[in-house]
Write a protein that binds this ligand. Structure first.
Ligand SMILES: NC(=O)C1=CN([C@@H]2O[C@H](COP(=O)(O)OP(=O)(O)OC[C@H]3O[C@@H](n4cnc5c(N)ncnc54)[C@H](OP(=O)(O)O)[C@@H]3O)[C@@H](O)[C@H]2O)C=CC1
Ligand SMILES: C[C@H]1O[C@H](OP(=O)(O)OP(=O)(O)OC[C@H]2O[C@@H](n3cnc4c(=O)[nH]c(N)nc43)[C@H](O)[C@@H]2O)[C@@H](O)[C@@H](O)C1=O
Length: 317
């Protein structure tokens, strides 16, 4: 990839898009194109077409999506299905029409069946029923993968889909209703420490296992693939993770230690657990020559430092 290439990062204000933008700029890419939602609503096909016609991006990182944790997925299934199908359809099709050289579509590890054999290999896609708490989101993501695959097959496009595990890091969503577990626990445990609260509630039984990848590692992997990938078959999608998972209860204990909280963790079994385990087999990425670098504890510490800095910016000196 030429350092002067025209690169569009869709969703640059989010967790993933902001990390991809940071990584591109750190590596010296000079022409990173971004648009806020107000400037370019990706749900609007006409605006997307106009943008591609005018700006002619050569590479596209599609990190714009309707994203949220387990509760948001349960509460807004229609939004997750409609918005994700529409955004990805508009962008992937425009990338084809306007001759984008390569596009990287962000999928998710939740595309795999709820009871897939562990660790989960790429070929387990569509081998069983999905987890009900995020089925609409997963179906949209599966359509996105299949769309990349179909355009590659029919038009010879160079579209790649990546399946990251649960992500975390700077610019994550810390809203307690709509966030994922890691930012939610960081915030809850921090606030309990500040307010000297005796206990913190953790949703579900604490028994599900999740794999967490620091978002800068994911961005590094995305760029690595964008540079090195070339369509070699009709199913170009790859898992991205650390290959290590942890129980939610253990995660809460780790965050408690990092934050320095001495109160009690209590579980709330009336809240959904979601899928019991989604441990990715990352051997394909390993064979391609890429591995995650940031250990979980180190990544949480970096995220916590960033979160505290943001709090100070909001509260003031
Ligand atoms: N977070 C995670 O744990 C995981 C995420 N992924 C995938 O990675 C990708 C990025 O997720 P993440 O960064 O966490 O999500 P965020 O919610 O942090 O960011 C999503 C971005 O998309 C933008 N966006 C949403 N709708 C529109 C729209 N209609 N027009 C323009 N922009 C829009 C948002 O803009 P605005 O800032 O205006 O809201 C935001 O910048 C998604 O595809 C997600 O499925 C995959 C696995 C795990
Ligand atoms: C990335 C992935 O993210 C989602 O799937 P998920 O992994 O189930 O999401 P989660 O991070 O919200 O929860 C993980 C586990 O953690 C438990 N948990 C405890 N306490 C809190 C808590 O306070 N908040 C949240 N959100 N979860 C909590 C929670 O009950 C669950 O057992 C999908 O939206 C899916 O679409 C997707 O792609």
């Amino acid at each position: 990839m030429d350092l002067r290439a025209r690169i569009f990062v869709a969703g640059h204000r989010g967790l993933v898009g902001s990390a991809i933008k940071r990584t591109l700029e750190a590596q010296g890419f000079e022409h990173v194109m971004v648009r806020t939602r107000d400037e370019l609503d990706l749900l609007d096909q006409e605006s997307v077409t106009r943008f591609f016609a005018q700006e002619r991006p050569e590479y596209v990182f599609l990190a714009a999506a309707k994203v949220g944790g387990i509760l948001a997925n349960v509460q807004y299934p229609a939004d997750f299905l409609y918005q994700n199908l529409t955004i990805q359809t508009n962008v992937i099709h425009a990338a084809h029409v306007f001759g984008v050289k390569k596009l990287l579509f962000l999928g998710s590890s939740c595309i795999y069946p709820k009871f897939a054999p562990q660790p989960i290999r790429e070929e387990y896609l569509l081998c069983g029923e999905l987890e009900p708490t995020n089925e609409p989101y997963a179906l949209a993501k599966i359509a996105g993968i299949k769309m990349c695959e179909a355009y590659n097959r029919q038009y010879g496009s160079n579209f790649l889909a990546v399946m990251p595990t649960n992500l975390y890091g700077p610019y994550d969503n810390f809203d307690l209703e709509s966030s994922h577990v890691l930012p939610a626990l960081l915030r809850k445990i921090h606030e309990a420490t500040v307010h000297k609260a005796p206990k913190v509630e953790v949703w579900g039984t604490g028994k599900p296992r999740r794999e967490f990848l620091f978002v800068d590692d994911l961005a590094d992997a995305c760029l690595y693939l964008m540079k090195s990938f070339d369509r070699t078959d009709t199913a170009p999608f790859v898992n991205i993770g650390t290959g290590i998972d942890i129980e939610i209860g253990e995660l809460a204990t780790m965050i408690k230690r990092i934050v320095g909280y001495s109160g009690e963790i209590v579980f709330k079994p009336d809240m959904p657990d979601g899928t019991p385990r989604k441990w990715l087999d990352v051997s394909k990425m390993d064979r391609l020559g890429w591995r995650a670098r940031t250990a979980l504890e180190e990544g949480i510490q970096k995220t916590f430092d960033w979160f505290l800095k943001q709090q100070q910016l909001i509260v003031g000196p």
